[in-house]
Design a binder for this molecule. Sequence first.
Ligand code: NIG
Ligand code: FE
Length: 408
Amino acid sequence: MKTCIKHIREIVGIVPEGVLRKQGHEMNETGVLHDAWLLIDGDRIAAFGPKAEMPTDADSYIDAEDGLLMPSFCDSHTHIVYAGSREGEFIDKINGLSYEEIARRGGGILNSADRLHETTEDELYEQSMARVNEMISKGTGAMEIKSGYGLRTEDELKMLRVIRRIREHTPALVRSTFLGAHAIGRGYKHDEYVRLVAEEMIPAVAKEGLADFVDVFCDEGFFTVEDTNLILLAGEQYGLRPKIHANELAVSGGVQVGVKHKALSVDHLEKTTDAEIEALRGTNTMPTMLPGSSFFLGLPYGRAKEFIEAGLGVALASDYNPGSSPSGDMRFVMAMGCIRMRLTTVQALNAVTLNSAYAMGVSDELGSITVGKRANLILTRPLNSLTMIPYMYQTPFIKQIILNGKLL
Ligand code: NIG
Ligand code: FE
């Protein structure tokens, strides 16, 4: 079944086959084609080209009516499987408590763990799936989802089984990350919990094949570099590649320990020095920044421009979670990349598509307009240019979502 999208004002996000990420000055480039068409065959991008060469043998045609066509957003860092909400803490925050203070009072992640413990797997699936559908409706076509609100073996497995079920039922591409080391579970001593993660949880998760990646919240007041090292070593034995929470609350050493273990990405990076930039140079690790948590918690924004000037790539993701970033709106993430981090619109586009696909290990399949890649696309309403998307950041811009070649 061949579908041709015609009358496209601009295709943006064209990347040659085999390019899996962009770094340094490559971040300033994206392939653009004006007055174009794109042909979908089954679930794949089959071809695209200029108006004069439009195929005449497609089974159906969609009129883009002068809209832009771009790759779906890839959201490489989310915690969307959670139970209930934390709006009480939102009030605490308005009243002046910091994220760390709320956590120290037993709120925060532990609060979500209590709710999750009381919630059945079916109910958790329903609540989480609503968020997945919300993200899809805002243009996300691939998402990574973490565990980390279980904090005891059975509840971590419950979360990961919910992620597996989401993966089986959503048209978006899903990758799963085991984040048992998100906080010390209630009732455990620090070292006892670290051992539980490394020696009991990781083998149990691997036995059921429930995770693609392993993550640790390597930050002040949570897990140390030594804890992280131990947990990543355990993960390595089971083939789990790391994605690290690093340098959100302090210069934590999380970037360096992540790089040492060949992490696919190191995420957050609100607090970084030049040493972190140096540590990332020449590696395969994607620095990933989460402007949604900077916005919501009032933290500094990541130094994305300096990272790029130093020759590194940058990915942006939503961090969608109930405590530090209760939004999965990747268009808003892109806008914050431009408005608060001063990325150009093209840099921001690369950060929320190809590079975020790389940061979840799927950029061979998604994240750009490339022949052979999965047809996960956003067709926009009529727009002057890509810049309109982050600039008019509240104005609805999506005309049609296409996932796996199908119109939603
Ligand atoms: O990425 N920083 C640690 N974890 C999440 C927050 C989780 C929560 O507060 O529920 C984050 O911001
Ligand atoms: Fe996170």
